[in-house]
Design a protein around this ligand. Structure first.
Ligand SMILES: *[C@@H]1O[C@H](CO)[C@@H](O)[C@H](O)[C@H]1NC(C)=O
Ligand SMILES: *[C@@H]1O[C@H](CO)[C@@H](O)[C@H](O)[C@H]1NC(C)=O
Ligand SMILES: *[C@@H]1O[C@H](CO)[C@@H](O)[C@H](O)[C@H]1NC(C)=O
Ligand SMILES: *[C@@H]1O[C@H](CO)[C@@H](O)[C@H](O)[C@H]1NC(C)=O
Ligand SMILES: *[C@@H]1O[C@H](CO)[C@@H](O)[C@H](O)[C@H]1NC(C)=O
Ligand SMILES: *[C@@H]1O[C@H](CO)[C@@H](O)[C@H](O)[C@H]1NC(C)=O
Ligand SMILES: *[C@@H]1O[C@H](CO)[C@@H](O)[C@H](O)[C@H]1NC(C)=O
Ligand SMILES: *[C@@H]1O[C@H](CO)[C@@H](O)[C@H](O)[C@H]1NC(C)=O
Ligand SMILES: *[C@@H]1O[C@H](CO)[C@@H](O)[C@H](O)[C@H]1NC(C)=O
Length: 250
């Protein structure tokens, strides 16, 4: 019985302290916007050569890829991403829409891999994050960060801007390489939470709610695919079954 339930891989995610608590369904994180985060999962220890982020910008096929028609019902206008931390004090540009030399910061995410519903963000870690393990003192830039994903989008005829902070830990090994940009070249001032809060729309994407698509822009143009909706209703149902099971176990 539990095995069957876990096939849904459902977790009611409560990201303590996040601007928006969001749900994870079958490993996909519902952002307060149209994009779904396929990876990484919250609190993943990160390292390696690149930071990699995979974003489904069609919300699992509910919205067709750009180019959007004029005056669309729904669209993602652009996505900016920063890697920021109130712990280390850094706020690096991953993408602000304009690539810098050697793609130290990346160009518009929505414009990359034009035929792919999933945008694979590969960002070279800057030099001050080189190292291994958790930092033992406060002199290191390594440690807790948010991948801060900002969407300018239009949903059902309303333009919105939202901020989604996905927590990660920069604690795995990052090797020194000659191509690593200087941290200072990517760093931005950190704004306080109240300022950020005031700059963004308060919006929560409820799992299972439809997105009005754009007529004549492809197979998912009506955005109300029958199979998808059925899956989601099943999934939402499973959240409650799982919650009930946990209550029984406690
Ligand atoms: C991540 O963002 C949340 C707000 O969304 C904030 O409360 C938290 O302090 C941030 N984490 C770090 C390491 O800055
Ligand atoms: C993103 O889209 C919004 C709305 O169209 C626009 O105001 C903003 O300048 C765009 N930002 C970038 C970085 O392209
Ligand atoms: C930067 O990334 C873009 C998109 O992936 C690619 O077309 C371009 O060649 C890259 N530029 C450099 C200098 O690596
Ligand atoms: C390191 O930073 C933490 C959080 O800002 C602080 O509580 C701690 O005292 C600092 N430690 C040192 C050695 O500066
Ligand atoms: C985008 O980010 C890069 C790297 O941080 C910076 O040099 C550039 O000035 C930024 N552009 C805008 C328009 O903010
Ligand atoms: C990080 O810098 C960018 C660009 O200046 C800004 O839009 C964003 O709000 C900053 N993030 C934080 C957490 O202050
Ligand atoms: C964000 O703004 C709302 C409404 O103004 C407020 O209730 C909430 O406490 C604010 N959150 C933060 C983190 O400032
Ligand atoms: C933000 O949205 C949530 C859910 O829609 C709502 O419960 C809450 O009252 C809103 N907060 C503000 C300050 O509008
Ligand atoms: C968007 O519109 C669809 C169809 O009219 C509706 O079912 C859905 O609830 C709306 N979504 C949001 C987030 O308001």
């Amino acid at each position: 019985m539990m095995a069957v339930l876990f096939r849904f891989s459902l977790v009611l995610a409560v990201f303590a302290g996040c601007l928006n608590a969001q749900q994870i369904v079958n490993g996909q994180i519902y952002t307060p916007g149209i994009a779904l985060v396929d990876s990484p999962q919250p609190n993943t220890p990160e390292g390696g050569d690149f930071l990699q982020v995979a974003l489904d910008v069609t919300s699992d096929g509910q919205l067709a890829l750009p180019p959007y028609p004029t005056n669309p019902n729904s669209a993602i206008w652009n996505i900016t991403i920063f890697l920021s931390s109130y712990t280390t004090g850094y706020n690096f540009t991953i993408s602000n829409g304009t690539a810098t030399a050697n793609n130290a910061s990346l160009g518009e995410i929505m414009a990359q891999e034009p035929s792919s519903t999933v945008k694979h963000v590969n960002w070279v870690w800057p030099d001050c994050l080189v190292g291994d393990g958790a930092s033992s003192d406060n002199s290191s830039a390594r440690g807790a960060y948010n991948i801060s994903i900002r969407q300018n989008f239009r949903l059902n005829g309303t333009n919105m801007y939202t901020i989604f902070d996905l927590p990660i830990k920069v604690t795995n090994s990052i090797p020194a390489e000659s191509n690593r940009p200087a941290c200072d070249s990517l760093n931005n001032p950190l704004l306080d939470q109240a300022t950020l809060n005031a700059s963004a729309n308060n919006f929560t994407r409820i799992v299972g709610t439809a997105i009005q698509g754009n007529s004549g822009s492809g197979s998912s143009s009506n955005g109300l695919g029958g199979a998808g909706m059925l899956d989601w209703k099943t999934s939402v149902h499973a959240i409650w079954i799982l919650a009930f099971v946990f209550m029984v176990l406690l």
